[in-house]
Design a protein around this ligand. Sequence first.
Ligand code: CDP
Length: 238
Amino acid sequence: MEKRQELYAGKAKSVYTTDDPDLLVLQFRDDTSAFDGKKKEALARKGMVNNVFNAYIMERLQDAGIPTHFEKRLSDTESLVKKMAMIPVECVVRNIAAGGLVKRLGVEEGRELSPPTFELFLKNDEKGDPMINESLAETFGWATPAQLGRMKELTFKVNHLLKQLFAEGGLMLVDYKLEFGLFKGEVVLGDEFSPDGCRLWDAKTREKLDKDRFRQGLGGVIEAYEEVGRRIGVIFPS
Ligand code: CDP
């Protein structure tokens, strides 16, 4: 497999073509952004930590029957993935109230959400990733009802698997965002799963161990990501 030209550079990852038209290389960079790209900083080791963390999670999910775009980790900061047609809809599940939900509805942060909530957002930085629903997604052709149904099913399966995995490490999976794409007509989990796209709290102290440390300027961002990884069995290269 040969890495060829850069296809696209996102806020934290760059995507490269390969000599296989069905495969891409994801390069995890140290760049960190929040608030739709308004706050930006490079955090040393972040590319490596998120790449290794994501590879571990994607392998667990794949083993449990979730179709993912992940093929294999190539290096400290690169992974090989299937080339998909991305669906521009973000799926968010919340087990505990935090972040946007607290701001929007005024519910108390930390309140348990039973059953967990499911929300859709349009992937569009310029518009600040507005909240959408199934009707809008269908009308504007972002995803079909069948695709949305499958995305919801897979997002909740991921919740079941990862809540358990993190609980074993003394962590609460507060909320998370997933993105999907189509590979040969099938809905497949794409993007990444790392502390950049979810909230994780220490189960006892409720200390924040995710990107909220960056958003809120709490410091120790990468140390927290590594701590979370170690608690669930991720082995980081030294
Ligand atoms: O975190 P924020 O206030 O922007 O939005 P949220 O709706 O509370 O986010 C819910 C979960 O999805 C959090 O774990 C976010 O980190 C994640 N998320 C993300 O990774 N990317 C987005 N564009 C929006 C949310």
